[in-house]
Design a protein around this ligand. Structure first.
Ligand SMILES: NC(=O)c1ccc[n+]([C@@H]2O[C@H](COP(=O)([O-])OP(=O)(O)OC[C@H]3O[C@@H](n4cnc5c(N)ncnc54)[C@H](OP(=O)(O)O)[C@@H]3O)[C@@H](O)[C@H]2O)c1
Length: 331
């Protein structure tokens, strides 16, 4: 058994969730085929939900969150991996009720691990992390539904966030005219630097909620926020176009009518990065390492360590993070 450093969230009797950095032991980790030395993790909105006791994410405490991890196999009971192999693990139960990437070691089933694709390494894969992967999944599903750069501008909501930032950058790389919606008046230049053609004020997207349809505008939408903004974006899709719904930072509700569907032939596409089958995960990682590889990934990164994570968790919950928090486990 080996000791390792980890971020830990406890639950008190009066339902407080104090955070600390502790030494843990590999004997405390769950069963699994792969013991992994984590080099980098990343901060996602879901980690903040876990760290604040959201029961839809984490039920058992004390707990080490972190739905993302990249590093090196230290021990393997699987024929598919050997010690020394570089791997990336995102989603499944990692960081939910399985001890996660905010610790120097994880133990997971081999069926959760993707070999590090050539072209990415532990750090770059975690600058992307679940958020960047999800942005790619949205683009992939929209493209499969027929989205193309000739169909008009693509709206990205929550654009300065993790999913949003990568979506803006990826869509711009692929030749789309990206309209980035944000609530951060001081981050318009950041969004333009990622490739946004236009920056849209978040509040403006909430106007017209009482109308059944709005002017046909978008050739596609990546929505990370849910609620009235998602519904208005559906009402503003061009005929036959699609919206990929992946998030709920504004609301989990969709207060919509059927009019966009039965009068404009539009599609509402669901996005789940967590239980996506491993082969599909590997395919999307391959896109991000190959044809969809993004230049200037470091521009998205805010460097975090276990010691600075707690402050960043508060900021992501308040909608104040910009880009991607990448957690260095071996600083
Ligand atoms: N389905 C999946 O598999 C999957 C995977 C990853 C993430 N997600 C979900 O996607 C969402 C975004 O995740 P993330 O990691 O990118 O989070 P994030 O970094 O916190 O980004 C969310 C962004 O949304 C905007 N925002 C915050 N509060 C808002 C509000 N009340 N109304 C409207 N916009 C608001 C902010 O951007 P601006 O200030 O620029 O507007 C914020 O930066 C979360 O709900 C997360 O759970 C889902």
């Amino acid at each position: 058994m080996t000791e390792f450093r980890a971020f830990r969230v406890d639950r008190t009797e009066d339902r407080q969730y104090p955070r600390s950095i502790v030494m843990r032991d590999t004997g405390e980790l769950p069963e699994g085929d792969l013991l992994i030395d984590v080099a980098y993790s990343s901060l996602n909105y879901k980690d903040a939900l876990s760290a604040t006791g959201n029961p839809g994410v984490t039920r058992n405490f004390p707990h080490t969150p972190g739905i993302d991890a990249a590093g090196t196999v230290a021990a393997s009971e699987s024929g598919d991996f050997r010690p020394g192999d570089e791997v990336v693990v995102i989603g499944f139960d990692l960081g939910m009720n399985t001890s996660g990437g905010f610790g120097e070691k994880i133990r997971v089933p081999a069926a959760w691990a993707v070999p590090m694709p050539a072209g990415l390494d532990a750090r770059s894969s975690m600058i992307l992390g679940t958020a960047g992967f999800t942005a790619a999944l949205c683009v992939d599903k929209l493209a499969s539904a027929g989205m193309s750069p000739d169909d008009g501008p693509v709206l990205v909501t929550g654009a300065t966030g993790g999913v949003g930032s990568v979506a803006v950058k990826l869509l711009a790389k692929l030749g789309y005219e990206v309209h980035a919606a944000t609530g951060k008046a001081d981050r318009h230049d950041y969004l333009r630097s990622l490739g946004a053609a236009t920056v849209v004020d978040r509040e403006g997207l909430e106007a017209g909620a009482e109308r059944p349809l709005l002017r046909e505008t978008w050739g596609g939408v990546v929505d990370t926020v849910g609620g009235p903004i998602l519904v208005n974006a559906l009402k503003s899709l061009r005929y036959g176009k699609s919206l990929a719904a992946c998030g709920l930072v504004a609301s989990p509700d969709i207060p919509a009518s059927v009019f966009p569907f039965i009068l404009r032939h539009v599609n509402l596409l669901g996005i789940d990065s967590v239980e996506l089958p491993l082969a599909e995960k590997a395919r999307i990682w391959g896109e991000l390492a190959g044809p969809w590889a993004l230049d200037g990934l470091e521009d998205l990164a805010e460097n975090l360590t276990l010691d600075t994570l707690s402050d960043a968790i508060d900021r992501i919950l308040a909608g104040r993070m910009v880009g991607r928090g990448v957690v260095d486990l071996q600083p």
